[in-house]
Ligand binder design. Sequence first.
Ligand SMILES: Cc1ncc(COP(=O)(O)O)c(C=O)c1O
Length: 432
Amino acid sequence: MSGKNDSGTDGAPPAWYQAGLAHVWLPYAQMKRALPPLPVARTKGCRIVLADGRELIDGIASWWTACHGYNHPHIGAAVERQLALMPHVMFGGLAHEPALTLARRLVARLPGDLDRVFFSESGSVAVEVAMKMAVQFWLNRGVRTRKKFLAFSGGYHGDTTGAMAICDPAAGMHAPFRGLLPEHHVVDLPQDEESAAAFVRVLERHAEELAGIVVEPLVQGAGGMRFYDAGVLHTLRAAADRFDLLLIFDEIFTGFGRTGTLFACEAAGVVPDIVTLSKALTGGTLPLAATVASRKVFDAFWSDDPMHALMHGPTFMANALACAAANASLDLFEREPRLRQVADIAAALERGLAPCRGLAGVKDVRVKGAIGVVELERIDDIERLRARFVEEGVFVRPFGSIVYLTPAFTIAEDELARLTGAVVRVATALPR
Ligand SMILES: Cc1ncc(COP(=O)(O)O)c(C=O)c1O
């Protein structure tokens, strides 16, 4: 690449990059060894434009948030309108149209009687709120013993302390904290006779100390992009009913179409007691999350006793700009054929990634909705692998032994073909 670029210089990173890089702490990075991040000038559609003018096709959609592509004009216009009216107002003692409209629209799309929305600003906090709701659900009924959760190996629910404690304690990224976090019960998903028996054994022994079961429905995302059948969710629902536990679905990754239906719980036909949402809620435009409770959960807080109130209220909860973006994102799900696009992406991912099957070093190739996964035997040099994708003109960010694609649902056929082509080329050239 030569000539003037987005940084206004020739070749060198922009001045803001050089001056600021030494002062930021990057996510999930060994700062001593990680390759420096790529300076981004702007985004458009499914492309990330770098400061030096290169355009990368985005295979990740900014951690699965930008489901309509970047800079969608409908979301942009809604945010601009809201900015002129009121960017933010505290949600304590005050209410505003974007938040109340969003709450009404979310509960209309969710199944069963999930009908009370508590807003927050990140997925991890939505999970914390769900856990706090579940423990207090029991406290408000006079039960003080039910303060733990049953969660699953391979699971990931966030990086705050409570959420970390229900992630996979051994294989997950928070393993160094093992033994230091509040202890919960983590078992394998009940997918076969042996795991189902172990699951029931834990419930028989420990149900009295459990507030609920927490699970990512259908897909365990950041823990390894593992897919599992809807039947497991029926097993969980039946167990939660039998042992009188709350069932919490963490749909922060799966929500808003990623697995092929608007919510994963729809495909499974299982209604949880609490559901968490975030990520694609605003179409990737602004941070926002929601913890949605069923009537049964909400009713346990409905009381004349002030101690029975949910004492939670993030400063920026229900931010008006973010709620306006989320309403605009829901408009797009209603007006545009997003779920058909997801089905088309699934078929294209199947076709495009198929050549990886059987390659030396490739353990598994799997697709669910707009999620394509090539699981490798191992990745020795993850930074090098990430850099290889940039050389291919795409942004793909492998983790663990997983190379995955979670593109925007609006991605063009040729862009998706370039993504899958890059994955196939990189997988074919893996060191043996
Ligand atoms: C299923 C799930 N839950 C919770 C989180 C945490 O969300 P956040 O990063 O917004 O805190 C994530 C993030 O990847 C997630 O995939």
